[in-house]
Design a binder for this molecule. Structure first.
Ligand code: FE2
Length: 248
């Protein structure tokens, strides 16, 4: 299994504060059935100063430690980028980091936003053949109030990543309902851990897989956990067709 959204790099953002804690997270991920993680530190969110170079150096160092300890986890570079009107300018300057070198980028919405502003950015991204994946919409306050925006954003070329803990009910009733509805409606293209630490936000997806199986059946499990992530990794020659619709 691949986890496309996880804060696992040590000392870079609000993930693990040191290498030992990062290794503990890696062990927990492997135990729960994850073999690959895209490391997605917060990026351009106005809090953490993270650059592409920092991510690539950190991924390299972490990989070396995992190899030394014989932990079977591949770590790939990525970022969780706060979407803004400047996103395309930053992209054009080469300052943004995609998921595992693909044309998929993970974007986080601000809690309060104006729909038309986001749609404008999504359209600009589409012109650049970028495929935006919006992180954890079920936890966003504006989307919680207006879940009808979800299909509108999908229409504008966005894909959605739901957080595992929302599906298991650990993020509260509202997140649980929206996340389950998204799986039922085929609007959850990815499920990721958004792991930050071992105790409260572990990098584990096994419980979420069970919920997806219950809510959407085997087809949803294979689309969400195998087919769609394979497209990010470029292992699917059929291209970027997600849930039966061309997205890029
Ligand atoms: Fe995150």
């Amino acid at each position: 299994m691949i986890d496309i959204h996880c804060h696992i790099l040590p000392g870079i953002d609000d993930g693990p504060s040191n290498m030992d804690k990062a290794v503990d997270m890696a062990l927990a991920a492997v135990r729960s059935g994850t073999s690959r993680i895209i490391a997605t530190p917060h990026f351009k969110n106005g809090v953490f100063e993270v650059s592409k170079e920092m991510v690539s150096v950190s991924v390299e160092m972490f990989t070396r430690v995992l190899e030394e300890k014989r932990i079977a986890l591949a770590v790939l570079p990525g970022a969780e980028i706060r979407i803004s009107p400047d996103s395309c300018t930053l992209l054009d300057r080469g300052e943004l980091l995609s998921l595992a070198g693909s044309r998929y980028y993970l974007f986080e919405l601000p809690d309060i936003f104006i729909k038309q502003g986001i749609i404008e950015v999504l359209r600009q991204l589409r012109q650049r053949e970028v495929i935006p994946i919006i992180a954890h919409p079920e936890r966003n306050r504006t989307i919680q109030r207006h879940p009808e925006m979800i299909p509108e954003f999908i229409y504008e070329n966005a894909l959605f990543q739901v957080t595992g803990k929302s599906l298991t009910g650990e993020n509260g009733k509202l997140c649980f309902k929206i996340a389950r509805d998204m799986v039922k409606e085929g609007q959850a293209h990815f499920v990721a851990s958004d792991g930050h630490n071992i105790r409260h936000r572990p990098p584990c997806l096994d419980d979420a897989v069970k919920v997806v199986k219950k809510v959407g059946g085997y087809k949803a499990v294979s689309t969400i956990f195998e087919e769609n992530p394979a497209k990010i990794e470029g292992r699917c020659l059929a291209g970027n067709v997600v849930t039966g619709r061309r997205v890029g």
